[in-house]
Ligand binder design. Structure first.
Ligand code: CP3
Length: 344
């Protein structure tokens, strides 16, 4: 039977009169109810690994905004953690891991098949959501793409330009490839388990794809994502996939063609008209309102939202921001965006 969930219809290639909508980081610090649950949980990782709290924060934006999709609350860095890397989140600064300077720094990690014990609470959260979400709301599982996860593992933290990972990739090619292969296999296992637990869609976040150029983009953004997609489709042939190679620029076109993703998520540096003309012929596009409008609101929010809706209206489209909503956003602006999309 064909799905009636609007997001699944768009992913199957249908152009809908009103595009379905959800936003990246929809469960986050801009919501007072998220901050309250996060406080109860203690630190960020305890929130990710407590299925009751993680279910609660995932559902909060659905209750408040009636989004068409729900993305499970977790983090892309849970995979390195499940492989045995030490991970912590420093308040106001972001993730910390021990940096990788050579092969010996990751030789001690577990194998790609040994991640499930640590990640069991994530699968439980997925099962909870699967039974608690409203009927029209699709459930999205996710993971980081290997390159983006590797950039944090190598640097041991977030960096402005991914310098340490780019240097490691050039200077220690064989070790780098081995790390990418481990992450690729672990990600296939993780996503397959999420799908078995109830995910109806999976999304791959390649937040730092834009700093790979030329053949490296092909080798370390396109190829691992294509491999993950074929790995999960061996077990789940029908699973729709959204992939987000952020700041890929012209690379979005190739990426859509070569990875087998049903949908490419486009950041706000690509203009909607360009993306509609060049990326949408390859299939569904997700995006791409500048998240700054969730802070500023007003007439610009309304006109830019209409511009995005109109640019993509002739093909399959899922409305989203070009990147995650920021902690200083005003929830009222999210309502205004949704009302503008739905014509309320
Ligand atoms: O609502 C959702 O989108 C689902 C949950 C989700 C989180 N992180 C929760 C989170 C998702 C899909 C992610 C993905 C993620 N995590 C990415 C890729 C997408 C992107 O935004 O580019 C990346 C690069 C990470 C790694 C990560 N997690 C960083 C760099 C940080 C610190 C930066 C920050 O915003 O503080 C996190 C922490 C994090 N992950 C928060 C949330 C809600 C904020 C932590 C908090 O509550 O203190």
């Amino acid at each position: 039977m064909k799905s009636t969930k609007p997001v699944l219809r768009a992913l199957a290639g249908e152009a809908l009169p009103v595009p379905p909508v959800w936003i990246m980081r929809q469960a986050g610090r801009y919501l007072p109810e998220y901050r309250a649950t996060r406080e109860k949980a203690g630190d960020f990782l305890s929130l990710c690994y407590n299925s009751d709290f993680a279910t609660e924060v995932t559902l909060q934006p659905i209750r408040r905004f009636d989004f068409d999709a729900s993305i499970i609350f977790a983090d892309i860095l849970l995979i390195p953690h499940a492989l045995g890397a030490d991970l912590s989140f420093v308040e106001g600064e972001g993730p910390r891991l021990s940096a990788i300077t050579g092969k010996s720094d990751f030789d001690t990690l577990k194998g790609a098949d040994d991640i499930h014990e640590t990640l069991a609470p994530v699968y439980q959260t997925m099962r909870n959501l699967s039974s608690e979400l409203p009927k029209k709301c699709a459930l999205i599982g996710f993971a980081g793409a290997p390159w983006t996860v590797a950039t944090y593992m190598i640097a041991g933290k977030g960096t402005p330009d991914q310098g340490p990972a780019r240097k490691f990739k050039t200077e220690q090619r064989a070790a780098f490839q081995q790390l990418m292969d481990l992450l690729t296999e672990a990600t296939i296992n993780y996503l397959n388990a999420q799908i078995s637990a109830g995910a109806e869609i999976v999304k791959l976040f390649d937040t730092w794809a834009g700093c790979l150029t030329g053949q490296d983009f092909e080798d370390f953004a396109v190829r691992p994502v294509a491999k993950i997609i074929s790995g999960i489709r061996e077990k789940h042939p029908e699973i729709p996939v959204i992939a987000f190679p952020r700041e890929a620029g012209m690379g979005y076109v190739d990426f859509h063609e070569k990875t087998g993703a049903n949908c490419v998520a486009v950041d706000h540096f690509a203009t909607p008209n360009w993306a509609a003309q060049n990326v949408q012929p390859g299939g569904c596009v997700q995006g791409n309102l500048d998240p700054v409008h969730m802070v500023d609101g007003g007439a610009d929010l309304v006109s830019q939202t209409k511009k995005v809706v109109s640019a993509f209206s002739n093909g399959p489209h899922i409305f989203n921001l070009g990147h995650g909503i920021t902690p200083d956003a005003n929830p009222k602006n999210v309502h205004l965006m949704i009302d503008t999309i739905r014509g309320n």
